[in-house]
Design a protein around this ligand. Sequence first.
Ligand SMILES: [Fe+2]
Length: 390
Amino acid sequence: MRSVLALAVATTLAAAGCAQNFLEWDDPEPNGLLTGPYVLLTGPDSAIVGFRAPGSQRAEVRWTATDGQKGTANAGSRKDLFSAQLRSLPRGPMIDYDVVVDGRVITKGQFRVSSAPDEKHIRFAVFGDTRNGHAVHRDVIMGITREQKVDFVLNTGDMVQNGGKPNEWITFFQIERPLLAKMPMLPTTGNHDVSGREYYERFFFLDQWSGGKRYFAHDWGNLRVIALDNGIECNRACAQFNYVRQALADGAKQNKLMVMFLHHSPYSSGYHGVDVGVAQAIGELAETYGVELVVSGHDHHYERTKPIKGTTYVVSGSSGAPIRPVRPHEWTAHARTEPHYVLVDVDGERMSMRAVNLRGEAFDSGVIEPNPPMSTQAPAVTPPAPAASP
Ligand SMILES: [Fe+2]
């Protein structure tokens, strides 16, 4: 009956010239919560809890920290995708939360926004290029979920096959639910994720916390993580380059360990190979401001470089997309064609990492050497190039 009704509505909208994409959203799960919850870090003491609750009128998220602080955030919605912005969260304690829809607790989760000031150990996971390899994607998610004390995850992009199809995002968040309900995520944009439609921006609520930009910086303890959008190879003539340079200069001034992550790999021995423009832009920034680690995807293998001008580069892009062969360069420390995820540990000033396959075996590990900055100053801002005409 529902499909007949949907077809009738689709026909009507098509006749009226309306996009039919939203029709694909009208298929609620029995519990009424099809997507999420998922947690996005949006600031030093804030996070968004996102979830989809078809047919629901009102929702909120109630949270309680283990230090006793608590609060409630109303969830706004666009169609049936809700987001609750949790603010003034304590840094360090675990935060338990309830998703309350139409007065009923639908689901629960927990996360942290940062380490406590005296806490020295940070652990984060990296994976990407899940696309439509759902079985491998599930195994990667379950693998990370089984790891102990992972604080947050970095996604290197190409989360879906076609970012213009909302059903693919729904599937992505369904698969990620066991992870993202209790580990916050920092995303970056892959070429498959954006298609000229707004679903990436919409599912990550960018208008609510990054001003719609797909690049941002986030601090976790003594670690500064910077997400890059496509286009950093703009020869200093774009707003992103200037933002990233300033974030790196500030991080260097504060003696932070620094990680940059993006989709397109500066250094890779895989199918796409070295991206010269990206390697040049990132390399200059990384060397100047002392970036310890750059992680990326796009190529569907695992690779860790020897330090290049002080920076270690890691490709992690085989969490579902078809794996591809790799032919190591002289700067390669380890390369492998196998689905995996990466765990990075920060202990005070010491960083180390290991790559883990779907059997839970660490097939590569290495120490990431500190990379002292050459400068803590960002030059005067270069005016961004005028926007291209549509
Ligand atoms: Fe890609």
